[in-house]
Ligand binder design. Sequence first.
Ligand SMILES: Nc1ncnc2c1ncn2[C@@H]1O[C@H](COP(=O)(O)OP(=O)(O)OP(=O)(O)O)[C@@H](O)[C@H]1O
Length: 364
Amino acid sequence: MISISSLTKNFGQTAVLRGIDLRIDAGELVALLGPSGSGKTTLLKIIAGLEWPDAGALKVNGQDWLTLPAQKRRIGFVFQHYALFPHMTVRDNIAFGLTVRPRAERPGKSVIAAKVDDLLGLLQIPHLADRFPAQLSGGQRQRVALGRALAIEPAVLLLDEPFGALDAAIRRDLRRWLREVHQKTGSTTLFVTHDQEEAFELADRVVVMGEGRIEQIGSADQIHDRPSTPFVARFMGAVVELPVTLRAGRVEAPGLDARGLERRAMADGPAQLFLRPDAIALEPDAASPWTLAHKTSTGAMIRATLRHETSREIPVDLPRHSAPDLAIGSAYRLRPLSGAVFSLEGTAPTEAPRPVVSLKEKRT
Ligand SMILES: Nc1ncnc2c1ncn2[C@@H]1O[C@H](COP(=O)(O)OP(=O)(O)OP(=O)(O)O)[C@@H](O)[C@H]1O
């Protein structure tokens, strides 16, 4: 079990981690999701012993890891560009972590060979055992890299965008494969990615990071349906932000029909509604301040641009077959299918809006 509390890290004037609290249970696979620069790699490096925090605690299975040097932590680490030893075969690369152990702790040659055979089987690469890294594809190299990390039976497995350099189809295959490997090994694993789909497909629990803070921890559905901060809502693709008024639990604005949104306990007052462009339906309404400015078709979808009478524009993505006769210049009201609302009440303009409600998806 990994227990991280109040961890902070600054590089010069830059606060990179601003108080991280996180518990990861033994055997869990947790994804750390966030945009570039949010501090994911720094957190991983601190766990690995490659960086030290300015303050806070890091315990693994009850042991204080901040007093342990990297080589004593039993970490398996795989990076995006993991350097395998080019002059060693796959078999020797995987065995490396075991062969360099001090003599007293080093398993015998036959034990190491059997362990490597097991891993080659688990990783589905027995046929590559005698190849050199230069004779492997990128995806095969990352499998070997993972084998090398797993060989030492790490207390914690850290994966930093391990599939980041590979193309989309191979990434999908490797994700499925990594889940299987994780189920079989049960290693406590922290996986860093900035790809939502990857995080949600791989992990049971996703930790969303933004600017050195944990913004939300939850399952894919929780984060998708109930983003807990405006940052998470935007990061999940809710890029349409509309000023609205909350009244008796309902969201109101001219040209907005929010009846499809679940009503919840909310304080009355000004608020901000966050919507994904693909979760908005359009209905003709001559009284609406929104008119259709452009539309283009991608075949499956129509991307429409709605222009408000104040000239502000928003994107709306509709399945083409459900929106055949949208007319440029006509007025439409917006009917959100899902969305999140954050109150502006009592917050200074520079502060992040305070969440009072999240509206669960409810297609009508
Ligand atoms: N050794 C360093 N010295 C100074 N600044 C650093 C150092 N390492 C990281 N940073 C800064 O810390 C911030 C967080 O970096 P970090 O690599 O942890 O983010 P990340 O979320 O992993 O991003 P990415 O997905 O791009 O790797 C960045 O602004 C980065 O420039």
